[in-house]
Design a protein. Structure first.
Lengths: 499, 155
């Protein structure tokens, strides 16, 4: 991530550890490099410092000749004595001696390049590939629908076999293309438990981190850049969110604070929630602070909604910390988090309740996704339900519907499952006659079940998720649309928001 | 002020003239991507009432808005002349609007256009028009496309 920033400014001539090591996260707390740039030293240092994981950056200007001279010598000793010349030494976490990493950097230049079995590909090329694959899938779907609808002429067995073969190929081709780009967020979040333990010690607060959904996959570029913002949100929770042990006891909360990091996919978004059971955001205090800083006048402040007040926290150099610590309080924080996430095309939402905790909800787009879905019919409209969330499908006689608090439920193998009448929810035309038995798609979200009542099942299909665009807002009920084989549009139901 | 008039005088803009109800409206041609015949619009539940739904435009999903509903007129009646005008506005992507009829393309000089603010000082907040074009005897209300699509957030 850091490297990306520098490459905008100039060319990195020599660095250590090597970039491959860096990608594999093999480096520890510090690294160093020579940068050939036209920008002056301060600009470069500032840029380094703006990366929140970097604790300190040290740098010196040096003429190109010196570098070449120094590396020509190549022996480590010589390098050590040539006192750490053209070097932006950026130790993350701790300040280290300047000379040693510089020497290491020089040592590497003499070594042979490591042969690797990977190829670097421009993401744009992958995008183009992905688009073509989705076009192919749409074309394949229309072939499938032709073969099943035209009857007579296409009852040829080998034709069907070939279609099935094509289906298998496109499916696996799609999977491979997706896999090229997707990595689980595990690689990023793995380091967080340790960070929380460190913070716990530093802040003298008892806390634990509960993570779920580490296997949620995201685009490589997103995963690379999501670490920083997430780390920041976690620090925020640990430092600002959680109260001290005494206060927690007073409030009747368990002494150990809980920080949750939960990731899951929702339609064509991946949601990462970072929450705590701490103090919550004191909007009154934020308001006072905003007035103090002259961002709003008192009269204006009175009219602000809670959301607008919370938005102040995302403003540059707005800090609520009473004292500056090495964890927080420097006023560089949530604004960077927000701009980072927005740069990835996502957004940040805050849910807070004073005294009960705060949850930051980071929503990131899965730019393009192809999923397996069950197509259902409700009246004459077609909807898709992601196969991943479907548990099973049942035929339920109307007489088996029971009522709990005037809501319809069914009792199925020991589970009480609420029924959701999709036709009512989606404002479909009312049905003239209630049939004797309902087709119910049982969906599951976490530990919760719900039964979606549909008119008809159409079968399983691979669908390409397309966004509805920014103009339409629909309470997130519909997560996108897809184009069926016959060119018709079907909407994708977002099961998570239904429940 | 005099200077501004002079500089804008030479600017000519092309507008697509459409009919909605009994009125003629002009749409700045630079925003128009495409004009398509009426086709199947898939209803999207729980959206702003003035969105008719979405359609499939050569593999792209395009939301379709009813300008009639947006302006508080009675609902559209589709005829053979009904068209969907696909607009491309900024970064937001495509948007289709339904019109009763597409008539012609006119070129209007800036001095043929009266700004709404000029004749109606108390500009109605709900107006979707930012000017009136005079094409010979005919008057064409010029759509302010930003106000048509812009308020979706606050709805």
């Amino acid at each position: 991530m850091l490297i990306i920033a520098y490459e905008e400014m100039g060319q990195i001539v020599v660095y250590s550890p090597s970039s491959k090591d860096k990608e594999d996260e093999k480096f520890e707390n510090d690294f160093s490099f020579y940068l050939a740039t036209e920008a002056d030293l301060d600009t470069v240092l500032n840029a380094i410092q703006s990366v929140s994981e970097i604790e300190e950056a040290v740098g010196e200007e040096v003429k190109a000749e010196t570098i070449f001279a120094a590396s020509a010598k190549a022996e480590e000793e010589a390098a050590k004595q040539a006192p750490a010349p053209a070097k932006e030494n950026a130790p993350a976490k701790k300040e280290t001696k300047a000379a040693a990493p510089a020497a290491a950097a020089k040592g590497k230049t003499a070594g042979k390049p490591v042969t690797s079995r990977t190829v670097r590909v421009d993401i744009e090329k992958l995008d183009a590939l992905m688009n073509q694959v989705s076009e192919l899938i749409i074309a394949k779907n229309s072939l499938v629908s032709i073969s099943s609808s035209e009857g007579g002429n296409f009852q040829n067995q080998s034709f069907h076999e070939q279609i099935e073969y094509l289906e298998r190929i496109t499916t696996s081709l799609h999977e491979s293309v997706m896999k090229v780009r997707m990595v689980p967020i595990e690689s990023v979040v793995n380091k967080f438990p340790r960070m929380i333990r460190d913070l716990s010690r530093k802040l003298n607060k008892k806390m634990e981190l509960i993570m779920s959904g580490e296997d949620t996959e995201l685009d490589r570029t997103v995963v690379d850049q999501i670490g920083d913002p997430l780390q920041h949100l976690l620090r925020n929770s640990a430092d600002h969110g959680l109260e001290s042990a005494e206060l927690r006891k007073e409030r009747g909360k368990p002494e150990t604070g809980t920080i949750r990091l939960n990731a899951f996919q929702e339609g064509n978004n991946v949601i990462i929630e970072v929450g705590d059971d701490g103090n919550g955001i004191d909007t009154e205090r934020v308001k006072t602070k905003a007035i103090e800083r002259g961002i709003v006048t008192e009269e204006q402040a009175e009219k602000l909604s809670q959301k607008e007040i919370i938005d102040f926290l995302f403003m540059p150099s707005f800090s609520m910390a009473k004292q500056i610590t090495d964890i927080s309080g420097r006023g560089v924080g949530l604004d960077v988090v927000k701009s980072n996430i927005e740069a990835l095309g996502g957004d940040v939402d805050v849910k807070t309740k004073l005294g009960e905790g705060t949850t930051f909800i980071v929503r990131l787009p899965l730019t393009l996704a192809i999923i397996q879905a069950l197509m259902v019919e409700i009246r004459d409209e077609k909807y898709a339900i992601a196969l991943g969330s479907i548990q099973n499908i049942e035929d339920i006689p109307v007489k088996d519907i029971k009522y709990v608090e005037a809501k319809e439920v069914i009792h199925l193998r020991g589970l009480v499952i609420p029924l959701i009448r999709l036709d009512k929810l989606l404002d479909s035309e009312p049905r003239e006659e209630e049939p004797e038995s309902l087709t119910v798609v049982i969906v599951k979200k976490g530990e919760k079940y719900a039964g979606l009542v549909v008119d008809n099942l159409m079968g399983q299909q691979e669908i390409v998720i397309k966004s509805l665009g920014k103009y339409i807002n629909n309470n997130k009920l519909i997560s996108g649309a897809t184009i069926l084989g016959d060119g018709e549009v079907a909407l994708i139901l977002d099961v998570n928001t239904l429940m | 002020m005099a200077e501004i008039v002079e500089t804008t005088e030479s600017i000519k803009k092309q507008y697509i003239v459409v009919k909605i109800g009994s009125e003629q409206y002009g749409i700045d041609i630079s925003y128009v991507d495409n004009i398509v015949r009426m086709q199947k619009i898939t209803r999207v539940p729980k959206v702003q009432t003035y969105f008719k739904g979405i359609l499939n435009l050569r593999g792209e999903i395009v939301p379709v808005m009813s300008v009639r509903r947006r302006m508080g007129l009675e609902d559209d009646v589709y005829t053979n002349a009904s068209r969907i005008i696909i607009l491309k506005i900024g970064e937001q992507g495509s948007l289709g609007i339904i019109v009763d009829e597409v008539k012609e393309v006119v070129t209007l000089d800036m001095n043929q256009i009266d700004k709404v603010a000029d004749y109606n000082k108390k500009v109605d907040k709900d107006t979707f028009i930012d000017g009136i074009g005079k094409n010979g005897e005919e008057l064409i209300s010029l759509f302010d496309l930003n106000s048509i699509v812009g308020e979706w957030e606050t709805e």
